[in-house]
Design a protein around this ligand. Structure first.
Ligand SMILES: C[S@@+](CC[C@H](N)C(=O)[O-])C[C@H]1O[C@@H](n2cnc3c(N)ncnc32)[C@H](O)[C@@H]1O
Length: 419
């Protein structure tokens, strides 16, 4: 009872609760050849989840700072003789606070509910989805699966962001339900900010690249850790004369992604099963290499290997860029503590390490010259009717804006390269 009273007390003392527009209805999510049929209750569940997520990230999250400032920091100080010094001590101080516990468990429940809503929807249509995928993929040389590719432990040991079986689960041969679940639930989590087809990061990257290199037409493009190609499709569209290769470890994601892209009329995009740590292409094969929301799901040693591969594969005159949540450097310890939530409670074990890593230094260490390395911010490009980047609300990965880091390789002597 005391804990509940304290949590309610915190809510009351929060400053004016900002009013927020509703999330776009789930029926506005983009439909494509593999979209599962939706029953009334499926739509109702996702509409609830989208608005629940919005309320959590726009309003409820704010109570954590109030709880810390009015209760948890002082309680820690009484016990230890000093205020919490860093994010680990803040976490220890907050882990017994009723408000933080309430917010944390609601956030975790929201993710588990998304997975349950998605799985229950796609599993009952799994055979239909398999058949549609099979038909769309039939005879295509642009889907290249390799059963010899092994899944490293940093992927096989984790149900990434609470997805049962993660990206790899196959209930029966050629099953694509893992990918379909990832696809169908993400609109509710991102509340429209990634666009109707969840392709805002790819669209944003294409727009950014056009500003940085007006008129540039990279001949060959590589997307590492492409998932089901949410952000490979807009790149393939934006650079329709380029040959785009999208690499991933997970066969269900690639099968589904290839069929989805084909259903959208995309023909310059190859989906290939391979590890980004050992990409099966010769040196200097690609002019533009990018990753979107991928590096934080790899171990630290894999991260180094992947960047070494980028160095090997990038052609003279080429450019590579990686979109992630912003690094922790320069943030308050309290903000770092809040952002660490995903690492502890959302099955994102490499989240903290990635955001503590100085990526420009790592990029320099794998071989890129210091003066070619850049950092930038890239915003999602979405349809007019979808909500735009939430500048005032940062939902730690779902807000539609990203930190971008990368570098450029000088053209070869004699001017080849940047065409
Ligand atoms: C967050 S998801 C997809 C992100 C995708 N780039 C997007 O924007 O939608 C991360 C993906 O990385 C893949 N992955 C993880 N480790 C990998 C590796 N070593 N090589 C290739 N893909 C990997 C997973 O299978 C998963 O599909």
């Amino acid at each position: 009872m005391l804990a509940m009273a304290q949590a309610i007390d915190t809510m009351r003392s929060m400053n004016a609760v900002p009013s927020q527009p509703c999330a776009p209805p789930f029926t506005d999510a983009g439909r494509h050849a593999l979209s599962p049929g939706l029953a009334h209750d499926d739509v109702a569940r996702f509409n609830f989840l989208a608005n629940f997520n919005k309320y959590m990230s726009g309003t409820v999250v704010g109570g954590n700072a109030v709880a810390y400032g009015t209760r948890a920091a002082a309680a820690w100080e009484r016990q230890h003789g000093a205020k919490p010094r860093d994010r680990l001590e803040i976490r220890a101080a907050m882990s017994t606070d009723p408000y933080y516990r309430m917010w944390s468990s609601l956030r975790r429940c929201g993710m588990e509910m998304r997975q349950q809503a998605g799985r229950s929807l796609v599993l009952r249509q799994a055979e239909t989805l398999r058949d549609r995928t099979r038909a769309l993929n039939a005879g295509a040389s642009t889907l290249q699966l390799d059963p010899a590719v092994s899944v490293p432990r940093y992927q096989s040991a984790i149900d990434n962001h609470c997805m049962p079986g993660s990206y790899f689960a196959e209930v029966f041969p050629e099953d694509v339900s893992a990918a379909a679940n990832y696809d169908v639930g993400m609109f509710a989590t991102t509340t429209g900010l990634f666009g109707r087809f969840l392709d805002g990061a790819g669209g944003g990257t294409a727009a950014w690249l056009r500003r940085r290199r007006p008129g540039w037409q990279p001949a060959r493009i590589l997307d590492l850790g492409c998932g089901l190609g949410h952000n490979a499709v807009p790149i393939a569209r934006a650079f329709a004369r380029s040959e785009v290769v999208a690499i991933d470890l997970a066969a269900p994601m690639l099968r589904y992604g290839h069929a989805r892209a084909r259903g959208m009329g995309i023909t310059n995009l190859t989906f290939r099963q391979a590890s980004a740590e050992a990409v099966p292409y010769p040196d200097a094969s690609f002019d533009f290499i990018y990753t979107t929301m991928f590096l934080h799901e790899t171990s630290y040693s894999a991260l180094r290997n992947i960047l070494r591969e980028v160095d090997r594969l990038l052609a003279p005159g080429g450019l590579h860029v990686h979109l992630e949540q912003p690094p922790y450097r320069g943030m308050t310890e309290f903000e770092k503590f809040l952002r660490d939530w995903d690492c502890y409670y959302n099955n994102e074990p490499f989240w903290t390490t990635l955001h503590d890593t100085h990526l420009p230094t790592l990029i320099r260490q794998v071989g890129f010259a210091n003066d070619t390395i850049f950092e930038a911010e890239i915003h999602a490009v979405v349809e007019d009717e979808m909500p735009k980047v939430a500048v005032e609300v940062e939902d730690y990965g779902r807000g539609g804006k990203w930190y971008a880091v990368g570098s450029e390789r000088p053209p070869a002597a004699g001017g080849a390269g940047q065409a």
